[in-house]
Design a protein around this ligand. Structure first.
Ligand code: EPU
Length: 350
């Protein structure tokens, strides 16, 4: 274990916000975590786990000890009659894993191509795109309990997945509580990829691609290419324009609330959910309030997708976390005033 001090975090968050970590340890294996726990000075510090930094807003220097997760590895762990079980280190880049599985003829993750972030962060918010969520392909994960130093494994039910949510997003409520935020560090994740692969194409953007190309039986590689093209066309590349993906979750309302909004705004984009509720497109709501292209300081609303907030100042004059949050609050207020809906941010504010 090697302790680094005053580490610039700008390269480690996809918004490109400038901030420093007072102390940072790179975690390449469970041994690095055990060394932190064995060091009385480090063990006493509060901790901040950092993956790919693609879902955070830094509002100042980080005083907690930053545990930067860099556990490597991608392999076929085992196979059953029905599945290939692929294991990846928490520090691997998510998109690199998706590409690796396709290169090795284990399809199933292609709809989630190009989602920024690391493998270890993927279960935390149950990432998802184009009709597939992580929980649909999840097998299990290994993590370390920072209170006890013990390693443990969780299956899907134990992770408590729901839309952009899991036990890893909730504060721990005592030793027997469910929440694991700040307490568990994910080290490895296993994915169960069905041997009888089936294309998931029930998403409008993919249906459009099929119509455009005339390809009605795409293979996994074709879907991967389509998803990459769709995302490149409407989402900013964090390497060029800093951002943290969707800034707000798509809100869920009752059918009555939805009918009320439709009566006033017939064009509102809405999707009926299996449980009877209705999901609204937050991007549409924000767009309808006229936010595309608006800025606060160097933070702005992306012109092509109102759900994404971006860093307009690049690496040289980056936006601050404060500017991002001021902009986010102004958006929340205007969406609430017009539609009576409270938007909930997706990224973690640090
Ligand atoms: N829309 C607008 N104006 C906008 C943005 C969107 O009218 O400025 C409309 C679109 O025309 C569309 C609807 O809103 O009818 C939904 O937009 P889109 O299909 O782009 O998907 P989304 O709901 O905005 C979600 C995920 C994305 C994921 C895509 C594709 C959330 C919060 N976001 O976005 O995830 O890639 O679906 O599956 O669930 C992420 O979480 O970082 C992320 C990018």
């Amino acid at each position: 274990m090697f302790l680094e001090k005053n580490v610039p975090l700008q390269p480690y968050n996809t918004f490109g916000i400038a901030a420093k970590a007072q102390a940072l340890v790179r975690v390449r294996s469970e041994g690095d975590l055990l060394a932190v726990l064995a060091d009385p000075e480090l063990a006493a510090l509060p901790r901040q786990i950092l993956g790919g930094g693609s879902n955070i807003v830094l509002t100042g220097d980080v005083k907690a000890l930053v545990l930067k997760i860099e556990v490597p590895g991608m392999r076929l762990a085992r196979e059953t009659d029905k599945h290939w079980v692929i294991e990846a280190g928490a520090g691997e880049d998510w998109h690199a894993l998706v590409a690796w599985t396709l290169d090795n003829a284990y399809p199933g993750l292609e709809n989630m191509a190009l989602i920024p972030g690391t493998v270890g962060a993927s279960p935390v918010q149950n990432i998802g795109a184009y009709g597939v969520e992580l929980q649909d392909r999840f097998d299990s994960l290994d993590a370390m309990d920072l209170l006890t130093g013990e390693l443990f494994s969780l299956n899907a039910a134990q992770c408590g997945f729901s839309y952009r949510d899991s036990v890893f997003k909730h504060a721990s409520a005592g030793p027997d509580g469910l929440g694991l935020a700040g307490r568990a560090v994910i080290l490895r994740v296993r994915f169960a990829l069905p041997k009888r692969w089936k294309a998931e194409l029930g998403y409008l953007d993919l249906e459009r691609k099929m119509a455009e190309t005339g390809i009605h039986n795409p293979d996994a590689r074709q879907i991967f290419d389509w998803v990459v093209a769709i995302r490149r066309a409407k989402l900013p590349d964090p390497a060029v324009i800093g951002n943290a993906g969707s800034f707000f979750k798509n809100p869920t309302v009752t059918p009555e609330q939805c009918a009320d909004i439709i009566a006033r705004d017939p064009k509102v984009v809405h999707y009926p959910m299996p449980d009877g509720s209705v999901k609204l497109a937050a991007g549409w709501l924000i767009d309808a309030c006229g936010w595309k292209g608006k800025t606060v300081g160097h933070a702005g609303v992306y012109e092509k997708q109102a759900l994404v907030l971006v860093n307009r100042g690049g690496r040289e004059n980056p936006c601050t976390g404060g500017e991002v949050m001021t902009l986010a609050k102004a958006i929340q207020t205007s969406v609430y005033e017009r539609f009576g809906i409270r938007l909930e941010p997706e990224p973690v504010v640090i």
